[in-house]
Design a binder for this molecule. Structure first.
Ligand code: SF4
Length: 503
């Protein structure tokens, strides 16, 4: 699992991507599921809002989140003050190591206070805890930690890692889950989703009853109220916060909003963008630990506010990236993600947002090395713009991919062959006559190498540097009529006087 989350350097995406493209099952599962979710997203927004209202909602959400980021220091102070007034214990962690150390120290205090011998922990789904490697840290310290989200639980017993922000086991099917349950839980083989859920539920209920610590993330923090908002579909968060005496919530500092008055657009957008649901099944508001007279809820609620590279992004021209609400829509819409799946990206955050966010989160104090560790990520995109179109908070991911590609070149992190090719292109593009000749020659050459079915022309086995392209797909051949000729012809047709008038 570690290998997938923290790739050993030098980082190389290609072997993972090649393996993913060769894996027919992965192609089917990921391709089908992402296509379906993307279609559901379009259809639910179309049905519930219509195009103009949807665009307005996105603009409101983007502006609201951006304004919250622009005053993050003030909102953080306000949130901490209100959360403490509710009885929550708030911690600040500058990096992953500190966040994990805080969790271990809370566990140690709990063990000492209640004479607990072997601490057990139930955890609900949280991308941030994946990012900081929390489960590994707890497990190394002897704390038995169980994932309670069904998909995450199956991945945990398979020693696998999530490959999608919202649908962690998108790369597996029900048969794989059924086999894992037989192997680990000793249950009978079934592929029926309801039966599989019932098996997991029966197993989990006992764990909740005996757990000492619950762990979760949060989707939003409301500064004015000191409240954490958690959106889930399975209800496992509510059990992990309601049962164990201690709850630890890990939240990235970018999750702050001004208050409940700003929340509605995000609730409308989050589930619709991710899964096509009008709302997540559960939207929980946590306002501190159990109060006197209440029958459930944790006796201690710890909120760990995690930086881990976020203030670096906040102080840069890439602040907009922190608007991300982790809905997963850009992954579902991305033609590259659909082909290679999440593990190919070699980081917790995959897909288009992962390609731009991962190097930024990993720049470290010097804010220099991030991209050098992930040089393949900016190229893991066709720059088609589907991610921007799908993003509910209008993050201009293609723009940041281009910035990252430019940085690769200025820091000489891109292959020398790429720079040579671009230099040649620039030289040629400045000489129109030669450029036209070269294009004509390459078109002729491509037609000699390619096939033609009367409507389309393509090359299945390209020679030289283009061979890599045709290893897993065909290379389309440009139409016989050059664009310039097409343009001149159509401009002439457009400008011609109507036939009636000409007579
Ligand atoms: S970048 Fe936008 S679409 Fe992608 S996960 Fe974040 S909010 Fe969703």
């Amino acid at each position: 699992m570690n290998e997938l989350i923290a790739p050993t350097l030098p980082y190389d995406m290609m072997p993972r991507a090649r393996a993913a493209i060769a894996d027919v099952h992965l192609q089917q599962f990921v391709g089908r599921a992402t296509h379906l979710k993307d279609e559901q997203r379009k259809s639910v927004f179309g049905a519930d809002f219509g195009h103009d209202d949807y665009e307005l909602l996105r603009s409101v959400a983007a502006t609201t989140k951006q304004q919250a980021l622009d005053q993050l220091d003030v909102l953080l102070e306000q949130f901490i003050e209100r959360a403490q007034a509710h009885g929550s214990i708030v911690h600040a962690a500058v990096d992953a190591a500190q966040a994990c150390a805080i969790a271990l120290s809370i566990a140690a205090q709990h063990e000492a206070k209640y004479a607990v011998k072997a601490t057990r922990c139930v955890k609900s789904k949280s991308m941030l805890t994946e990012e900081i490697g929390l489960v590994d840290a707890l497990t190394r310290a002897g704390i038995e930690t169980v994932e309670t989200d069904l998909g995450e639980f199956i991945l945990q017993i398979d020693n696998d890692a999530p490959s999608h922000i919202v649908t962690p086991m998108i790369h597996k099917d029900r048969a794989a889950a059924a086999r894992s349950f037989v192997r680990v839980l000793g249950s009978r083989y079934t592929e029926d989703p309801e039966e599989l859920t019932a098996i997991a539920r029966a197993h989990m209920r006992g764990l909740y009853r005996h757990a000492h610590i619950g762990v979760s993330g949060a989707n939003f923090l409301l500064a004015e109220e000191g409240t954490a908002v958690i959106c889930t579909n399975e209800g496992n968060f509510d059990l992990s916060v309601g049962g164990p005496p201690v709850h630890i919530m890990f939240v990235g500092i970018e999750k702050l909003l001004r208050g409940a008055r700003d929340l509605a657009p995000f609730l409308k957008l989050l589930a619709r963008s991710g899964t096509g649901q009008p709302l997540t099944v559960y939207t929980s508001f946590v306002n501190g630990p159990r109060r006197a007279g209440e029958s459930n809820g944790p006796k201690e609620l710890h909120i760990v506010l995690v930086d881990a590279g976020r203030t670096g992004i906040l102080g840069s021209s890439k602040r907009e990236l922190l608007r991300c609400i982790r809905c997963g829509a850009c992954l579902n819409a991305c033609p590259v993600y659909r082909k290679v799946g999440g593990h190919s990206y070699g980081s917790v955050y995959s897909g288009p947002i992962g390609a731009v966010l991962t190097p930024e989160l990993n720049r470290g104090a010097a804010r220099a090395e991030g991209l050098a560790n992930y040089p393949d990520l900016p190229r893991a995109s066709s720059l088609c713009g589907a991610c921007l179109e799908a993003c509910p908070v209008k993050i201009d991911i293609p723009k940041f991919l281009l910035h990252a590609r430019a940085e690769l070149r200025t820091r000489t992190l891109s292959p020398a062959s790429e720079s040579r090719a671009l230099r040649l292109w620039r030289w040629l593009a400045q000489r129109p006559m030669l450029f036209r000749l070269a294009i004509r020659a390459s078109r002729l050459h491509a037609r000699m190498l390619g096939q033609n079915d009367g409507r389309h022309a393509w090359i299945s086995n390209a020679p030289g540097p283009a061979a890599g392209w045709t290893q897993s797909r065909d290379l389309g051949i440009a139409s016989a009529q050059p664009f310039r000729a097409w343009f001149v012809q159509h401009a002439a047709e457009r400008d011609a006087p109507p036939k009636e008038a000409a007579r």
